[in-house]
Ligand binder design. Structure first.
Ligand code: ADE
Length: 260
């Protein structure tokens, strides 16, 4: 995947691309990044990229000419062109999956100041927002989108990590635990030490259903419950350890760690 970023502040991306998973993804060629400084395209005699809006009003507006010249110089007809703005479609995991699986080259225009000359929008395929709040510029929004899309490119992270995660199957991810067994009085659920993978999977599904129902009612209402999901939820509601869980705990007793 190639990302082309049009920005007035390319330096904001330096540490973002020079650390952790994205650094490795660039190193292995899974992603490629081109930073384009919009200021390099200004034809204004004072090198301006922004000016006061015609008709008056607060703040500075980014001019059309440098943006569109930068866009034309750095894209082809097969480049998917995104402009970032709070007025756009809200970015989410479904959109991220669509971009990662259908596109090879994404150009992202980051705004700064009070917005763009209205005439730029028709040159883009989509206007995208990362949420109903206003940032000082599109750069942090571009980083969120690039990060989220990149991790879905095969080989960037392990496929197992993306298969089980929140949103992919319409539920939040199940709770995870690490050592120690007892942290300030809160213990790791015994079933996770049982060694019974079927029971652990079932328990995790039950927790994912419970968490989603509790924390994200909007997601839960959209999720289609299977017969076994309904059964798991019923087990939760009667607050009694079901037979399959009791059996797994009994059989796995020797592995179950009671104290550190
Ligand atoms: N620019 C400013 N605010 C933004 C937002 N919420 N999403 C995308 N781009 C933005």
């Amino acid at each position: 995947m190639k990302f082309i970023i049009l920005t007035l502040f390319p330096e904001m991306f330096t540490s973002f691309f020079e650390a952790s998973i994205l650094k490795r993804a660039i190193g292995t060629g899974k992603i490629e990044v081109k930073l384009v400084n919009i200021r390099d395209y200004t034809k204004d005699k004072y090198n301006r990229v922004d000016t006061a809006p015609i008709g008056g009003g607060a703040g500075l507006i980014m001019k059309a000419q440098p943006i569109i010249d930068a866009l034309k110089d750095n894209s082809t007809s097969s480049t998917y062109k995104i402009v970032l703005s709070p007025r756009g479609n809200t970015f989410n995991q479904a959109k991220s999956i669509k971009y990662a699986s259908n596109l090879n080259e994404i150009l992202i225009l980051c705004g700064h100041y009070e917005g763009f000359d209205e005439r730029i929008y028709k040159y883009f395929d989509e206007v995208v927002s990362i949420g109903d709040y206003i940032l000082t510029g599109g750069e942090p929004a571009a980083m969120s989108i690039i990060d989220s899309v990149s991790r879905l490119i095969p080989g960037v992270i392990s496929e197992e990590s993306t298969e089980e995660e929140s949103f992919n199957n319409g539920l939040l991810e199940y709770p995870q635990y690490t050592e120690p067994y007892n942290f300030e009085g809160e213990k790791v659920p015994d079933i996770l030490y049982s060694g019974n993978h079927t029971a652990i999977e079932k328990w995790r599904k039950k927790q994912a259903l419970a968490l989603t129902r509790e924390l994200r009612k909007d997601m839960f209402d959209k999720y289609e419950l299977s017969k076994s999901d309904i059964k798991l939820l019923r087990e939760l509601d009667v607050e009694e350890t079901p037979k399959w869980e009791k059996d797994a705990l009994e059989k796995g007793k020797k592995f179950i760690k009671k104290e550190d």
